[in-house]
Design a protein around this ligand. Sequence first.
Ligand code: AMP
Length: 457
Amino acid sequence: MNQEEQLNVVAEEEGDASNEGRVPPFQTPKGVHDILPIDHDFFTFIKKVVRHRCRQAGYKRITTPMFEFTEVFKRSIGDTSDIVSKEMYTFQDRKGRSLTLKPEATAAIVRSYIQNNMSQLPQPVELYYIEPNFRYDRPQAGRYRQFWQFGFEVIGESDPALDAQAILLAQRIFGDLGIADSLKLQINNIGDMASRAVYAEALKDYYCGKERYLSEEDRGRLLKNPLRLLDSKHEDTIILNQSAPKFKDYISKESQEFHDEVLEYLTDLGIGYTENPTLVRGLDYYNQTVFEFWDEKKGAQNSVGGGGRYDGLTELLGGQPTPAIGFAMGMERVIAQMKRNKVRVPSKDDLHVFVAQLGREAKKICLPLIDQLRENGIKTMGALGKGAFKNQLKIADKFKVPYCVLIGLTEVREKTAIIRNMKVGTQVTVPFSKVVEEVVKRIGKENLDVYDPKDPI
Ligand code: AMP
């Protein structure tokens, strides 16, 4: 049981015992969760890693609004996709306009590229984002109704080398996060729109007469969008897919050459891959290269991240034809993978000092002292409530602070303070005016947490 679950259990048990006659405590809606401090360490670490890698490669951050006109997603992702047909949080505003909480970022970014005339900027435009998405998915481990994605887009240029470079960036990020070795790159080329249509017909012919083996959901796919059969999770369909016609026999010579070149660059870069002829990804706007990073040890929800080329999307949303490629990873799934791999994230949140006091006079001294310690870069927590020294020290122990500063009645009278080494249990009394200096000496200048507004962001 993880900490989140433990906390929930505690809340439920406490609710049973102490809530008689009271309003039952609220719970989050199904499929959404709080990000508790323990997981924020992971979120912060991931943000640091992706920011660093994106900065190295010239990407700039973008954030689009939490909701868009529904049509942005309908037209991009496709009416028959799972997302549009059953997973969008769509609502009307007070003037009756249809709006949708963002189920994914790419469509919104392309809308922004067009709206903000980004085609006038030097191309390609490289953008990255870190933001929550909303999908009315069936909640289970790794599948939520609000989840966070990090992703990037390269808009305005087309070359197989760009595809390889995008995959390399994703791979480097997974490497920094300590999970690259447990993920396998799956790659496919799904051709251009024309060859996809021909291939869809071939797939339809193949499945004709086999409908009785298909689930109701897959029969619907066969009717509306046969390509979606290729990423069916139903066992019979998976088996049938193995003998189905293959994309590579239907894509154009140019697409095949494009694909071969991407694979060649990947090999040169030392990136291993598995060619997966059934990989289509669930969004209609993709063409040519599609790829996913899978944890092969997991069954369902094994995709930690994925992406592909979407050369037709800008035009679809009213802009000039503009080639593009993008990638997105689910941060919750990345964190789960990091935990499975026992990756430890370095945190700067550990406290240096706990200030314990006794009596009102001591408290008066402690308030400015705590401020002074913090101003000098010492991460300090103060027990400012009423409690015996012994209890305050117990709390300090729980925070695992290396040092405590204690000020009681004697110290107030003598203008001194006690500095206690919590690890070894020794303590010294120092003049009050020297407390900050003595603590800095013990913590070490290199470990101080000083805010410098001149530091580049
Ligand atoms: P997609 O936009 O569907 O290509 O998804 C990209 C990545 O987002 C996936 O590889 C997952 O890591 C993550 N993801 C997609 N849907 C969900 C969900 N419902 N809950 C959690 N993560 C998700």
